[in-house]
Design a protein around this ligand. Structure first.
Ligand code: PLP
Length: 439
């Protein structure tokens, strides 16, 4: 490696294959990733053409985070301005304005009575912190037996230890660890259908599980309204009310993981808003910084914080090196202001309408089991799981249409940036259609 001399694409891929782990990837790498040279607006610019395309519309918003698109002048200014002042400082014993303002802003925009904010450094860590808060709460109140979690099947909460224990135990990626992870409780997956009132039999199933296990349950944790990486399933918001009531009745805490759904993705600022329900603990991440930097947040109510402060260890025992990073918190503030500074609901409705129109024909394709749309989320579910070759073929078909998608299992889907134009939404739909035919 010669310092300062750029790598050729061939050199870069050879080094990548040999040294760099990619998400859920083998080592050494088997499939060459596309090399992204730069990104602006909704477009990724590749170092070399792929399937005849040098630019791709990002139908994934970088795993659902880049809601304002790339290289946004407002977010760039926020990062640059903060960089000139201070890029990082430890958060133990010190504080700074971007973190304090962000915490206050998050409390302002999330449902009451969430009031306290732990600034974590990734979504998975924010879930770890949420779980720790709940376990420590019950321990502090002298009820250490309340240490299990209940969730429903089909969920995904991250790749670190506690989150893995509440991911889908069957369809998920973490079954390898099932004997080692803390043994949690699983309700059946919620019945599909976002408009439907909760199914009475399913509601009874949830209430019964919570009632029977309340003595050992610290918390219920769910992704509200949309289960993302576990299967892109939508469910009735009414179920959130059922959980809230049952948790209140049986003295169990309720965690909403809004890492994927937060900041407008489903058409409400937070998916809990579809039901008007507030959790005891809420996790945020991904779009928090508009996808610019790694930052997440765990919010909790005064009840939870007060409980912890009454314990034998009256502090929350967690403190990452990069907690409250000034760059990330400054950009998060700018991203929230950018989102709320215009009619974001209209923007999401526009994308939703474009996805509904654009995917109508795909629902008729042979091999397509279901097409569903909610907010800026469009999902095409096949009637078969894609193997590696099928996923590669589907990805290539989308790239040929000038769109970046990442199929998984039986799912082709898009969660585009909110600034995606009508033409580009239509292009994404064409790519999903092509991918469905190719897979
Ligand atoms: N929770 C949900 C609902 C998610 O969708 C994800 C990531 O996809 C996570 C947690 C984990 O977040 P991260 O990848 O930032 O650790």
């Amino acid at each position: 490696l010669t310092p300062g001399k750029p790598l050729t694409p061939g050199e870069l891929l050879a080094l990548d294959r040999r040294h760099v782990w990619h998400p859920y990837g083998p080592m050494p790498g088997r499939r060459d990733p596309l090399i992204v040279e730069s990104a602006a607006g909704v477009r990724l610019r590749l170092a070399e053409p792929a399937e005849g395309r040098r630019e791709l519309v990002d139908g994934m918003s970088s795993w659902w985070s880049a809601v304002h698109g790339y290289n946004h002048p407002v977010l760039n200014d926020a990062a640059r301005g903060q960089l000139d002042r201070m890029s990082h400082v430890m958060f133990g014993g010190l504080t700074h304005e971007p973190a304090v303002r962000l915490a206050a802003r998050l409390v302002e925009i999330t449902p009451e009575p969430l009031e306290h904010v732990f600034l974590a450094d990734s979504g998975s860590v924010s879930v770890e912190v949420a779980v720790k808060m709940c376990l420590q709460y019950w321990r502090s109140l002298g009820r250490p037996d309340k240490r299990r979690l209940l969730t429903w099947r089909g969920g995904y909460h991250g790749d670190t230890w506690q989150p893995m224990a509440v991911c889908d135990p069957d369809g998920g990626m973490h079954h390898l660890w099932s004997g080692l992870l803390p043994r949690q409780l699983f309700a059946d997956a919620p019945p599909p259908g976002v408009d439907a009132l909760p199914d009475p039999a399913y509601e009874a199933h949830l209430r019964d599980l919570i009632a029977r296990h309340a003595h050992e349950l610290a918390a219920v944790i769910v992704e509200p309204v949309v289960q993302g990486a576990g299967g892109m399933r939508f469910h009735s918001p009414g179920l959130l009310r059922v959980l809230r009531e049952a948790c209140d009745e049986h003295d169990v805490l309720l965690i909403f993981d809004e890492i994927a759904t937060g900041f407008g993705r489903t058409g409400e600022l937070f998916a809990a808003g579809h039901a008007g329900v507030s959790p005891d603990v809420m996790c945020l991440g991904k779009a928090l910084t508009g996808g610019y930097m790694t930052l997440a947040a765990t919010l909790c109510t005064p009840r939870v914080a007060d409980g912890i402060s009454r314990g034998e260890l009256p502090v929350l025992a967690h403190g990452p090196t990069f907690m409250g990073n000034p760059l990330a918190t400054a950009v998060a503030l700018a991203s929230i202001d950018l989102l709320l500074g215009h009619d974001w609901r209209q923007e999401i409705k526009r994308i939703e309408a474009g996805l509904r129109d654009g995917l109508a024909a795909t629902a008729e394709l042979p091999g397509v089991r279901d097409v569903r749309v909610l907010g800026a989320i469009g999902v095409v579910q096949l009637d078969h799981a894609l193997d590696e070759a099928g996923m590669a073929a589907a990805t290539r078909a989308a790239v040929r249409e000038g769109v970046w998608l990442r199929p998984f299992r039986d799912l082709l889907y898009t969660m585009p940036p909110y600034i995606t134009s009508d033409d580009d939404v239509a292009r994404i739909c064409t790519a999903l259609h092509a991918a469905a035919r190719a897979g």
